[in-house]
Design a protein around this ligand. Structure first.
Ligand code: HEM
Length: 294
């Protein structure tokens, strides 16, 4: 029986590394993916594959597509046509570095390492703005229902679809906002995480309230803060049984539905976006049958 990659459903780790790869030497793609399959457990390292790779292999994953180009006033989100995405979970930076090196070697020369981002848990699981992130995440069976494709489409059973976006915060701008304006941008009070009834409709949690969509738009968010030199922000990572919930939320956030733009854009901007299919495990290994790799 196919089961989801366990790292998707576990709480975010203390430290992580995100690696993204582009296609390079196509002739050895299958060989490199077969080698990767032998090394991944789906728990310490979660793997996703992009539409560009699936197309190169002449395969088809129902529901997988390139990240849509999204534009809103003053905003363009670049689509990153990455072929492979790896989320290395851990608690030791040295071990994460060595695991990254090993996995990059395994994928070479079929894939070229494009980006590496180090991420970490901030305090008890907050965004770098200081707000708790993940409060309204579904849990247990609800998490599985939101994040894992099920019997509705037997071909995909145990699979998940992940949307990733790197957001960069403008800390100076955020810190210049009075604390009440900050709380109204999120829709929760930073001091005690209480949801604010009087927050404006532009408040992030009002824009994204999962039950308010039709159909309801539940996501399993596993975002983590990233930092480099003096810059930082959120590596937004959301797993879904399809991309529908993510797209419905992003559409409302950008104001495409009713002209009201999510107030988090006042202090943070996405700089990239990508979609991947996360295959299930079979007998403890990635099941790559849908990619034509037996
Ligand atoms: C830098 C970018 C972002 C930051 C800092 C951020 C931060 C937060 C915070 C602090 C919360 C409240 C606590 C919680 O329930 O987790 C929240 C809720 C939420 N966010 Fe975000 N978020 C970001 C981007 C996004 C994006 C791009 C989406 C989806 C497209 C999204 C979807 C959600 C959802 C679904 C909720 C829960 C809403 C509910 O049902 O109450 N967020 N976010």
């Amino acid at each position: 029986m196919n089961t989801p990659q366990p790292g998707i459903l576990l709480p975010p780790p203390n430290l992580a590394r995100y690696l993204s790869f582009s296609l390079n030497e196509k002739a050895c793609t299958v060989e490199c993916l077969a080698a990767l399959r032998e090394q991944l457990d789906g728990e310490m390292t979660v793997a996703g594959f992009g539409a560009s790779l699936v197309q190169t292999l002449g395969a088809r994953i129902p529901g997988l597509k390139p990240f849509p180009t999204i534009t809103a006033p003053g905003l363009t989100i670049e689509n990153a046509p990455d072929a492979v995405w790896l989320w290395l979970r851990g608690d030791d930076r040295g071990e994460l570095l060595h695991r990254s090196r090993r996995l990059t070697q395994l994928l070479s020369p079929a894939f070229l390492l494009k980006e590496t981002w180090d991420a970490f848990k901030y305090r008890e699981g907050r965004d770098l703005s200081g707000y708790e992130d993940g409060t309204e995440n579904p849990t247990d069976d609800d998490a599985i229902a939101a994040a894992i494709a099920s019997a509705e489409n037997p071909v995909l059973a145990g699979s998940s679809f992940v949307a990733t976006q790197r957001w960069i915060h403008d800390f100076r701008r955020f810190e210049a906002m009075p604390s009440e304006t900050q709380d109204h941008a999120i829709g929760r009070r930073q001091s005690d995480n209480e949801e604010l009834d009087d927050a404006p409709p532009s408040a992030h949690v009002k824009r994204t309230a999962q039950e308010s969509f039709s159909p309801e738009a539940f996501l399993l968010r596993r975002s983590m803060p990233w930092a480099e030199r003096m810059d930082g922000g959120l590596m937004f990572v959301a797993f879904g049984k399809s991309f529908d919930a993510f797209e419905a939320q992003l559409k409302r956030m950008t104001g495409a539905e009713d002209g009201i733009v999510d107030a988090i854009f006042d202090f943070t901007q996405p700089v990239s976006g990508a979609y991947f299919w996360c295959p299930p495990l079979r007998d403890g290994k990635l099941d790559l049958t849908l990619l034509g790799i037996k």
